[in-house]
Design a protein around this ligand. Structure first.
Ligand code: HMG
Ligand code: MG
Length: 300
């Protein structure tokens, strides 16, 4: 199996969507332009969602218009419905993501639709995207637990993931939205789901609330999963998942993978510099242990 790993940098979207302070578009643009220098091939740039639901993403149009696009990098945006998709196309997106959940309660809270209604809502998005030659990624939230329902059955995750895959999503990103998963549970999920969907079409999206993300990525690797969503400096959280912390830090994942013989193609030094820079801008310490350890060793 390949030692090449694709990292999907979700910092500018998942990382910033839950910030209490309003992030000026220029800072998001600066962040994306810096990330574009690191060797990443996919940087999630924002979300065309309702500004009433997620105010922080309201500037995604300006961000998409002003970033310096590297032709080797894809800049996907979240589109929960046709309205969002049309805005994405107006702003020259060539890659979008739809997002469903394995939990009914989370689906209602996050996108105001049952799982079944959300799948119906996504159908016209996929039809339009196919006609426009736009790639569509599919997210499934709450794959290892829900903030409202607790445990989620693996069969419920597989049902939604398969529906998105069969509708035409090229990849399904499995979200541990509240970071409660463990390596054992990730192992069971990945074992079951790769019997239904090819491992090459699965990605892992682990939030690090309980500090289990690296272990969960390691468990996923055992099932030939080679794509992981990460966030510079461990930024992140979902407004509809109370208490959930950031995504696993990009620097920590690069350090673990490169140190284990995998290739990410992403420059760890540059990523650490961006981590320190964005943390200063947001007035906090980086959440990445690798960045903190490097800072401490430089100070000796
Ligand atoms: P709704 O209120 O049911 O929508 O929200 P509606 O169709 O009834 O429309 C209501 C108003 O919203 C209308 O405006 C629409 O025009 C507007 P009004 O007439 O009142 O002025 N509207 C929009 N505006 C901009 N862009 C749009 C759009 N659609 C409608 N696309 C809706 C339904 C899905 C829109 C809403 O619930 C929503 O935007 N939810 C997004 C929530 C979100 O972004 N959550 C975070 C991302 S998911 C996540 O973080 C998890 C993930 O990281 C994986 C993981 O960790 O598990 C991906
Ligand atoms: Mg997330």
């Amino acid at each position: 199996m390949s030692d090449q790993i694709t990292l999907v940098e979700v910092g500018p979207r998942d990382g910033l969507q839950n910030e209490k302070q309003t992030i000026p578009p220029d800072l998001k643009i600066d962040l994306i332009n810096r990330l574009s220098q690191t060797g990443l091939s996919i940087i999630e740039a924002g979300a065309f969602v309702s500004p009433k639901w997620v105010p922080q993403m309201a500037s995604t149009d300006e961000v998409m218009q002003k970033i310096t696009r590297n032709p080797d990098i894809s800049y996907p945006v979240l589109t929960p419905n046709l309205k969002g998709y049309e805005k994405a196309i107006d702003n020259k997106a060539d890659h979008v993501a739809i997002f469903a959940a394995a939990s009914q309660s989370f689906s209602k809270k996050n996108i105001n639709a049952t799982i079944e209604e959300s799948l119906e809502r996504f159908k016209p998005v996929l039809e339009r995207a196919k006609a426009d030659d736009v790639k569509v990624r599919g997210y499934v939230s709450c794959v290892l637990g829900c903030p409202y329902e607790g445990e989620i059955a693996i069969k419920d995750v597989i049902k939604v993931a398969k529906a998105l895959y069969e509708m035409g999503c090229y990849e399904i990103s499995l979200g541990d939205t509240i970071g409660v998963g463990t390596a054992g549970k990730t192992n069971q999920l990945m074992d079951a789901i790769t019997k239904e969907i090819p491992a090459g079409a699965i990605a892992g999206h682990f939030h690090d609330t309980y500090g289990q993300s690296l272990a969960n990525i390691h468990a996923s690797l055992e099932h030939d999963i080679r794509t992981f969503d990460t966030s510079v400096s461990g930024l992140g959280g979902c407004p509809y998942a109370p208490g959930a912390s950031g995504n696993v830090a990009s620097e920590d994942v690069i350090y673990m993978l490169e140190g284990s013989g995998f290739k990410t193609g992403v420059n760890l030094d540059l990523m650490r510099e961006i981590s320190i820079w964005i943390s200063q801008k947001l007035n906090r310490a980086p959440a990445s242990k690798v960045t903190l350890a490097h800072q401490a060793s430089c100070a000796i």
